[in-house]
Design a protein around this ligand. Sequence first.
Ligand SMILES: Cc1cc2nc3c(=O)[nH]c(=O)nc-3n(C[C@H](O)[C@H](O)[C@H](O)COP(=O)(O)OP(=O)(O)OC[C@H]3O[C@@H](n4cnc5c(N)ncnc54)[C@H](O)[C@@H]3O)c2cc1C
Length: 398
Amino acid sequence: MTKFDVVVVGAGIVGLAVAREVLIRRPAATIAVVEKEPRVAVHQTGHNSGVVHGGIYYEPGSLKARLCVEGAALMYEFAEQHAIPFERCGKLIVAVDAAELPRLDALEQRGQANRVPGLRRVGAAEIRDIEPNATGIAALHAPNTGIIDYPAVARAIEGELRAEGVEFFFDTTVTGISDGVSCTVGTDAGPIVGQQVIVCAGLWSDRLARRSGADASPRIVPFRGVYLELAATAEPVVRGMVYPVPDPTLPFLGVHVTKHIDGHVMLGPTAMLVPSRDGYLFRTMRGRDIWDTATWPGTWKIARKFWRTGIEEIRLATSKRAYVAAAARYVPSLTMDSLARGFHSGVRAQAVDRAGTLLDDFAISRSGAVAHVRNAPSPAATSAFSLARELVDRIEAN
Ligand SMILES: Cc1cc2nc3c(=O)[nH]c(=O)nc-3n(C[C@H](O)[C@H](O)[C@H](O)COP(=O)(O)OP(=O)(O)OC[C@H]3O[C@@H](n4cnc5c(N)ncnc54)[C@H](O)[C@@H]3O)c2cc1C
């Protein structure tokens, strides 16, 4: 049986950053990373907006608020050290009518409380100076928000880890974890033993938590986000990112216009509950995922609470015209002719508790020598290095 000091489950950006943090603190430790896919970053890490968030949206005092600001600085530092392309192209959150101003004020207060670098309020004229194609009556400008290729970051961490002797077990699905004097990680390729096990399983985090005896709540409910690609133009339609003022009752940021590090521009994403945790295509259905979502009491409570939002999301997901119109509110030059044929999608691991609360903050739980990341939604890619520090600090404190 293979034995390690630390076994990390999941080779998304969080699991990789956690393995790296353990190695920084314990260079002599033997570490294994176990991943069910054939390579790193196959799921959320490889299907996101590629934004290094500034830290504006999050409740002051929350883990997200602290770890996003710290994590963005660490992410830029890591990218510089590894020559990974990134751009601090800045972001505007635009209010298009007076009804949105109180929400913009509240966001500004949050951003200031969270010490988002360089955050400031701008008026209509300055919106056009920063983003000539955007329009609005007021906006927040976050110049430190940037774009990056997260799969490239994941591959660079993998390279660092391999160079230090970390063992990777790809195509290996963890089926359960039992905790004793040491922990046995059951996999479809045989058991792996670890003194400490850290589970960073993203969309499947609730299943592994349950299988190792942790609380069944929260459950992961998958929400697909679809992005539409804009046709290439001589001058990109945005220099950075333009976002609407989000609905504060939802953990999603609304359809935004984002430049990606390879230069193409995307509209999106939507947020629609889907029948599979890897449902990147409309036709993907998984009985187990449907069962887990449908039998969770929290799902029905969110369906009752957010049915209007659900209908709007279906409208956006089924009508490109509606989708373009949503973004054209603040970037009026966008029309159906702006679209290219391509689209991308990602599935968010949205943790929902029994009472139907959409968990917003990062959540870590521990039982014995097993630690679980139970909720690592956006901005967990931005915050991967700081979240890893937080998790390893908590383990060491015990
Ligand atoms: C549409 C979308 C847009 C987003 N935009 C942004 C953004 O712009 N900026 C930002 O900071 N964040 C963004 N996020 C969030 C960000 O992508 C995630 O928070 C982050 O990638 C989570 O990383 P992770 O390692 O926890 O999960 P993942 O990347 O999903 O990795 C988890 C890994 O665990 C593996 N695994 C699961 N179960 C098992 C098992 N039983 N055995 C072995 N392996 C297992 C999976 O195969 C997977 O590789 C976005 C997310 C989505 C979906």
